[in-house]
Ligand binder design. Structure first.
Ligand SMILES: [Zn+2]
Length: 61
């Protein structure tokens, strides 16, 4: 499976901006023709959510 990264709202940098973290337990969902991924942050375990293109979603299968 491809490694997926998403912004984590809990892991922030020195400027208090969300940072890109690896998403684990990724579940790809399709709703009304839009693709999204749900998972957990590998660093802090917080929930993550990310919209995906169809091509990205297909690559996760
Ligand atoms: Zn995190």
């Amino acid at each position: 499976m491809t490694e997926l990264k998403a912004l984590c709202m809990k892991d922030r940098d020195a400027n208090n901006k969300p940072t890109m973290q690896v998403m684990t337990n990724v579940k790809v969902e399709e709703k009304n023709g839009r693709y999204s991924a749900k998972g957990q942050c590998a660093k802090c375990g917080g929930n993550m959510f990310k919209f995906m293109s169809k091509a990205d979603a297909e690559a996760m299968k």
